[in-house]
Design a protein around this ligand. Structure first.
Ligand code: SF4
Length: 368
């Protein structure tokens, strides 16, 4: 798929931070800024496992809003199956990336995750009608929560509140424990921030959080609110850090936020539009699984359903082999193109041969 460069966003201050934005904060501020912008989300490559997680979470959210309350177990199963197929198909269709799998049913673990989701869904619907989790006198609340004048926001999947107690539940579709049996630190950080926000909003010092995954693993902790406050303040500082940096910028130049490094750039989905990355020379240090070519498309060979692109770049001849069929490519012969995240196969003095990875994108090089 050949793409046009999206509009480079204006450098506006971030108005708020959520636990998930905060958890992405380390290293390059430009990368983190773009991650926080909804229009740039579509350039982030996500494994099928993550896509299934997104769909499952949307379904869990519907259950938590009561959309399934009137259904019996058979109806729940059928509804879950419909929503799951619909959600996964839509993500596959919208995706910019050519996955190795042609249909969603080929995604690894597709049916296993569906059956686990059905089990979890039935339990969630049953627990909604019984108003559990830990104590029956708790009331389920459904509202967005924010503190620090709206600068810190977040919403766990379920919040139960009574006069002196809050129970927060969050559902995960993947693992929650590391190999040593400890809960992942990113989950702890997220739950502590939720806990602190809830403790302020509902004015309680008695907070319990529970993390439940689709394998029926459960982790529960009574929260130390001093530690939770520290975590919330760290998130707030991350917001201030990026906004201070934006303030320092004399012109509206988004690239001021970039700090190219081999570690950060290797997995960054925004290389295609990052001038500092291309100017830094880091691209030459990256592994042969994150290889990029800028140059003039001088020819296309068609072999079965695949293309072979021949590109002249820095006086070296480059070939990208086994590119999927895309009619648009033919219009770009003699144009400059940019191809990111290729896998390098072979190189010598005169030529270079690469092939696409699942993350590869092809751009019209009208960028720099
Ligand atoms: S390519 Fe590198 S410098 Fe550019 S946004 Fe990504 S991590 Fe930052």
């Amino acid at each position: 798929m050949i793409l046009e460069l999206p509009q480079i966003p204006n450098l506006d201050k971030l108005k708020y931070i959520t636990p998930s934005i905060y958890l992405s904060f380390s290293g390059c501020l430009l990368k983190n800024y773009l991650i926080s912008r909804s229009e740039y989300q579509r350039f982030i490559y996500r494994q099928p496992k993550t896509l299934i997680g997104i769909v499952s979470h949307e379904i869990i959210e519907k259950i938590n809003k009561g959309h399934f309350d009137h259904l019996n177990n058979n109806e729940i199963e059928l509804k879950i199956k419909d929503l799951y197929f619909e959600g996964c198909s839509s993500l596959l269709k919208q995706s910019l990336f050519k996955y190795s799998w042609q249909t969603i049913e080929e995604w690894p673990g597709f049916y296993l995750r569906l059956s686990r989701l059905k089990i979890l869904a039935k339990r969630l619907v049953a627990s909604r009608s019984a108003h559990i989790p830990v104590a029956s006198n708790l009331t389920l609340v459904e509202t967005n929560i924010e503190i620090f004048d709206g600068k810190l926001k977040g919403r766990p999947d379920r919040i139960y509140v009574s006069n002196n107690k809050i129970v927060i539940e969050d559902y995960k579709t993947g693992k929650i424990f590391d190999e040593s049996g400890n809960i992942f630190s990113t989950i702890t950080s997220q739950m502590l921030i939720y806990s602190f926000v809830c403790s302020i909003v509902y004015q309680s010092e008695n907070v319990i959080y529970r993390v439940i995954n689709t394998d029926n693993q459960i982790y529960e902790e009574t929260v130390n609110l001093d530690i939770a406050e520290q975590e919330a303040l760290k998130a707030l500082r991350a917001l201030e850090l990026i906004n201070n940096k934006i303030d320092e910028t004399e012109c509206d130049n988004i690239f001021y936020l970039a700090s190219p490094s081999k570690v950060q750039c290797g997995n960054c989905p925004f290389k295609f539009m990052c001038k500092p990355f291309w100017d830094s020379g880091i691209k030459d240090e990256l592994s042969c699984n994150s290889f990029h070519i800028k140059g003039k498309l001088i020819g296309i060979n068609i072999i079965d359903d695949n293309y072979e692109l021949v590109i002249l770049s820095d006086k070296k001849l480059c070939k990208v082999i086994r590119v999927r069929f895309d009619e648009k490519l033919a219009d770009f012969v003699n144009s400059n193109i940019l191809i990111v995240d290729l896998i390098k196969k072979q190189e010598n003095q005169e030529y270079l041969i690469t092939q696409p990875s699942p993350k590869t994108l092809i751009w019209r090089d009208n960028i720099f």
